[in-house]
Design a protein around this ligand. Structure first.
Ligand SMILES: *Cc1c(COP(=O)(O)O)cnc(C)c1O
Length: 383
């Protein structure tokens, strides 16, 4: 008998209620019924984004909303600042450059977080920067950045701050209004426990002013068109009806649990994972800035991460992620976001121990799981 455990940083497991509603007969989107659902979903997203700003919804994966942010905010000749410390920071730069935007980079060693001071300095020496693009949780390295301090640095300038919160939303606190983050981008398939295919952006009044003046080409992803339609609880084009229905259920679960409790639950899982890694003699890739939505663990010399990840899937039905690009084969990444229970994490850690031993990493059997269990208990964690 096979049973699968999905502990990857997207997609994440889908709760039963969300799965079931997707099997219902499709409804038409130009109806009061769907309009009410859309309005409820946008309200639920505002709760999770912790904002009163408008939130626009698109039918795409998260990258679509990243690209849309560039195309809707900027104009030819504009300058942007991109923080590049992993795959997703690189993606911001690839998008700005694809649109011909002059891009200044702050390059980081993978596994390091940006010092907000460096952003302030860059803005000072380049006062014509129009937008700063950062990644809240750099999923490729498991690094979290200090969005609050970065927002402080950006808010005293003319520039807008755009945060990729695709792997942090509903996992790591991001207080959009309190911290005055102009644009927050996210997607459905991570902390929001919904299949891939929906993307969202929250937009501040300061960002709307820039959008009004933006002349880069855009059509399907026009923020102005989306805002106009959503003002009537509608969308400019056919929405991904089925995914919106699923998202409504998942958002309800987040509301029922309470956002702060959702954060706490994931913090516990990440702490337990870190304790397990330590007990197994493994080091974190980002010990100083480890995110609570995904933990990146370095593998000892001689252990091939690609083989480890394959063996976990094939022999135990457990999906975790390996490393990307320069970290391929060198790290593993275990996600804590969304609908993951403590026992699933413990199962994954047990299996990880076995497969590490199989590949020649000598550890006393059971120490990883025991360390994780102790961490969960000491945190008053319930199974
Ligand atoms: C998953 C992820 C994305 C990519 O989103 P897609 O949905 O694959 O387009 C972008 N940024 C971060 C930080 C992510 O974790």
């Amino acid at each position: 008998m096979k049973k699968y455990y999905l502990l990857t940083p997207g997609p994440t497991p889908i709760p039963e209620a969300a799965r079931e509603i997707m099997a219902e007969p499709i409804i038409h989107h130009r109806t009061r019924e769907f309009q009410d659902i859309l309005r409820e979903v946008i309200e639920g997203l505002k709760y999770v984004f912790q904002t009163k700003n408008e939130i626009l919804l698109f039918a795409s994966s998260g990258t679509g909303a990243m690209e849309a942010s560039v195309a809707n905010l900027l104009s030819p000749g504009d300058k942007a600042l991109v923080i590049r410390g992993g795959k997703f920071g690189e993606r911001w730069g690839e998008i700005t450059q694809a649109y011909g935007i002059e891009t200044i980079f702050i390059d980081l060693t993978w596994g390091e977080a940006v010092e907000p001071r460096r952003i302030a300095e860059s803005l000072k020496s380049n006062p014509d920067i129009k937008a700063v693009f950062i990644t809240h949780c750099e999923t490729s390295t498991g690094v979290v950045s200090d969005v609050k301090a970065i927002a402080e640095a950006v808010n005293s300038t003319e520039a807008v701050l755009v945060v990729d919160a695709i792997s942090s939303l509903a996992s790591i606190p991001l207080r959009a209004d309190e911290w005055q983050v102009d644009v927050v981008v996210s997607g459905s398939q991570k902390g929001l426990m919904t299949p891939p295919g929906l993307a969202f952006v929250s937009v501040s009044p300061k960002a709307w002013e820039m959008i009004e003046k933006s002349t880069l080409p855009k059509y399907y992803f026009s923020f102005k068109e989306a805002r106009k339609a959503q003002g009537k609880d509608s969308t400019p084009w056919t929405p991904a009806v089925t995914l919106v229905l699923a998202l409504k259920e998942s958002l309800q679960m987040i509301k029922d649990e309470g956002l702060e409790k959702v954060f706490l639950r994931q913090r516990r899982l990440s702490e337990a994972t870190r304790m397990a890694a330590k007990a197994l003699g493994l080091k974190l890739l980002a010990p100083k800035a480890a995110a609570i939505s995904v933990t990146a663990i370095k593998l000892p010399e001689g252990i091939d991460g690609n083989v480890l990840v394959k063996n976990l899937k094939r022999r135990h039905g457990i999906s975790i992620a390996g490393g990307q690009a320069q970290l391929k084969g060198k790290i593993i990444r275990i996600a804590h976001m969304g609908y993951i229970k403590q026992f699933e994490l413990l199962e994954a850690i047990s299996a990880l121990e076995k497969e590490l031993a199989e590949l020649g990493h000598k550890v006393e059997s059971g120490v990883g799981r025991k360390a994780a269990e102790e961490a969960l208990l000491s945190n008053g964690g319930k199974r």
